[in-house]
Design a protein around this ligand. Structure first.
Ligand SMILES: [Zn+2]
Length: 398
């Protein structure tokens, strides 16, 4: 299965310049192609095919206006086109209903001011991890890497990213062979909520850790500070950098928390069931923002790939299951309850329920039922979160 491994890069000033040029060229190629497709659409002409687009790119390098594109690796430019193609495909599939989940918006122009700049080198760009630990990038140079953990296999591609705070990262895609952990008989249902990040069927409640809450507070503070600064002022620019840094800190803290929790859950349980949160229903409510903030999908994505990596069962049950309305002890449907009701007593069997723990128990039960359902319950093939993000038009610091 394909996984991503990310590391911090430390390019020299000269390499930063070369990377900046490559980001710029990739952006121009992406925007040119997007403009061409839009123009064709407006003129009532058919969609410009991927192959035609690629040929146009090659031809444009021969023109004086675009000759400078030859200064960067051609793979980087082809990959920029590939990003656009994927973004269009995702959009079309979303419109036609082939793609589930939240609606995908059509691709947008990239800007120099986007907080995240990225280029991708594939294997045929001949990027290379050198014996001295540096990463050789064509037409950039040998860049210093901080190897926070070893790369377990040879990567098939690397994306170089510059984030809003000006830091550089290399994100490698590589094939990893799943290795099953020793079997356990643990099973677990998880209710992902707003009060607690997660509640387990055994009654364990997991709140976001303090370091994450602290980072979030700092971010809120920085945002307030920024909103008070005058537009165009130097102080505002300083405040903007502070916000970007605080954002990056929150993202890192959250990722760390998700990683630790998902690893623990997968190690301790043979089967894990969560609710399918594909946001659709929730996005229409005021809960939407919290849903995204809580990062549930990032977390369930980790559970999913780690389950596959370590030979565990990962199940998602549909949103139509009224997990908080059914008594997990006797199965009677007790009817809807407002979110403010945290505890209730079953009228049928008298069990006193904690709303979230009861939901987690129901989720576990639904997961078990799903398993006994010979062909049901299997999740769709895995797409790593990072890949999905890269192709889409949405920003992502995670
Ligand atoms: Zn009951």
């Amino acid at each position: 299965m394909q996984l991503r491994y990310s590391y911090r890069l430390y390019p020299t000033p000269c390499q930063r310049e070369a990377l900046g040029r490559a980001f710029g060229c990739a952006r121009v190629v992406f925007n040119d192609a997007l403009a061409a497709r839009r123009a064709a659409h407006e003129a009532g002409e058919p969609y410009v095919t991927d192959a035609a687009m690629s040929a146009r790119l090659t031809a444009s390098k021969g023109t004086p206006e675009r000759a400078w594109l030859s200064e960067v690796s051609s793979v980087v430019l082809q990959q920029a086109l590939a990003d656009l193609n994927t973004a269009y495909r995702n959009f079309f599939n979303s419109v036609s209903g082939k793609r589930k989940g939240p609606n995908v918006s059509p691709p947008r122009f990239r800007s120099r001011k986007d907080s995240r700049q990225a280029i991708r080198f594939t294997a045929n760009a001949r990027f290379k991890v050198l014996g001295n630990g540096r990463l050789r990038l064509p037409k950039v140079g040998d860049v210093e890497v901080r190897w926070s953990r070893p790369l377990p296999a040879a990567p098939s591609s690397v994306t170089v990213i510059r984030d809003a705070t000006g830091r550089f990262f290399a994100s490698f895609v590589l094939a990893v062979t799943p290795q099953a952990l020793p079997e356990t008989d643990g099973e677990c249902g998880i209710d992902l909520g707003l009060g607690h990040f997660a509640v387990m069927d055994d009654g364990t409640k997991i709140a976001a850790p303090r370091f994450l809450r602290r980072a979030e507070k700092k971010l809120k503070h920085a945002q307030k500070d920024l909103s008070r600064k005058e537009k165009g002022s130097r102080n505002r620019e300083k405040a903007r950098v502070k916000v970007a840094r605080a954002h990056a800190e929150v993202a890192a803290a959250r990722r760390d928390f998700h990683h630790k929790l998902s690893t623990r859950v997968i190690r301790e349980n043979q089967a894990v069931t969560v609710e399918d949160l594909s946001v659709r229903g929730l996005a229409r409510t005021r809960l939407a923002k919290s849903v995204h903030d809580a990062g549930w999908s990032a977390f369930t994505g980790m559970l999913q790939y780690k389950a596959r990596l370590y030979g565990r069962d990962f199940r998602k049950i549909g949103r139509f299951e009224p997990t908080s309305q059914v008594c997990s002890a006797c199965g009677v449907k007790d009817g809807p309850k407002p979110l403010s009701v945290r505890e209730w007593t079953c009228k049928q069997c008298g069990t006193i329920h904690d709303r979230d723990v009861n939901a987690a128990r129901n989720i576990l039960a639904a997961g078990r039922a799903d398993k006994s359902n010979a062909c049901g319950g299997r999740v769709r093939p895995l797409v790593t979160a990072a890949q999905a993000r890269e192709a889409g038009s949405r920003r992502g610091a995670a």
